[in-house]
Design a protein. Structure first.
Length: 279
């Protein structure tokens, strides 16, 4: 149980789960297979219990670095593109094998920003998600890192998967975005640097004090950090959806979240009615 037995009222049928590189790749650069195995078990269980699940998974660059024995994140964009191409194939292979154990098929969706900015192709992406969910498949989404590069007149890059997961949540009209990271939630300051930082249970308003508490990322494999998680939360709250940021070390936390346990940080623009008990 989370914070002294407090419960949240979470009613979610259509769920986006975002998992960051820090939960998929260990500090020594090896793939965290145990984490992927546990994630597959939890998500397949949700699926078999009638939930609709979309997984937004980072890790193409991190997994690619491990496979190619590269210890330092490549600085050049071309190298990052190449490493991502290697890692993405490896990553989707891992998901495919793990989810197959529970009889669930996965689908790979690699998106670029320009595709979603253009109304017709945005509509087509929406249709693809709809059909996949009808087919009981779990779509696994990432940015198409091999081709999406910041160009002056052609907006292909989302930049980070935190915001991509919020964009996907909007496209499929999800009830909840569960963002799994390597930290228990959103703190008053970066807890890896400030031991006095306190976990914030609920954020209803992204005021300057909250925005000022967000620091950069913790590992060399990911790109987002807390700043991009708050940008994702902003998109979610503007769309009257909910997001919970929680620790993905043990993916069973997803079950706890859906049972209403007060774990992680809930971002919601609804200040009353949805959360039971004191905050
Ligand atoms: N206010 C904050 N609360 C929690 N974590 C923070 C905060 N500010 C900065 N961080 C850092 O953000 C990291 C999570 O972001 P990141 O490393 O990008 O994870 P992921 O790979 O899951 O996207 C934490 O490990 C922590 O070092
Ligand atoms: N698309 C990139 C991940 C970008 C990203 O936002 O990473 P993270 O901060 O770990 O969620 C990849 O797959 O390596």
């Amino acid at each position: 149980m989370g914070n002294g037995g407090l419960m949240r009222e979470i009613t979610a049928k259509r769920i986006v789960v975002k998992i960051g590189t820090s939960s998929l790749v260990k500090a020594d650069g090896a793939v965290n297979l145990a984490s992927i195995e546990r994630l597959a078990k939890v998500l397949c269980n949700l699926k078999n219990n009638g939930k609709e699940v979309v997984l937004v998974s980072s890790g193409a660059i991190g997994v690619g670095m491990g496979k190619l024995n590269i210890t330092k994140r490549p600085a050049s964009i071309a190298q990052q593109q190449a490493v991502a191409a290697v890692g993405q194939g490896e990553l989707i292979g891992l998901y495919e094998r793990q989810f197959a154990q529970y009889g669930i098929s996965v689908a790979q969706l690699l998106l670029t920003r320009d595709v979603l900015l253009y109304p017709q192709s945005n509509h087509n992406v929406h249709n693809a998600f709809d059909e996949l969910l009808k087919m009981n498949v779990i779509p696994v989404v990432n940015e198409n890192d091999t081709v999406s590069v910041d160009e002056l007149d052609h907006m292909t890059k989302f930049g980070d998967n935190d915001q991509l997961s919020a964009i996907v949540a909007k496209i499929i009209d999800a009830d909840l975005l569960i963002m799994l990271s390597d930290i228990n939630g959103f703190y008053t300051d970066n807890p890896t640097k400030n031991p006095n930082a306190k976990l914030i249970r609920t954020v209803n308003n992204l005021n300057p004090q909250i925005l000022g508490a967000a620091g950069g990322h913790g590992t060399q494999f990911g790109t987002g950090g807390m700043v991009t998680k708050l940008k994702a939360a902003k998109r979610i709250m503007e769309n009257n959806q909910q997001m919970i940021l929680a620790n993905g070390k043990n993916p069973q936390i997803i079950d706890q979240i859906l049972q209403g346990e007060d774990v992680g940080t809930l971002f919601t623009s609804v200040s009353e009615g949805k959360v039971m008990g004191m905050q």
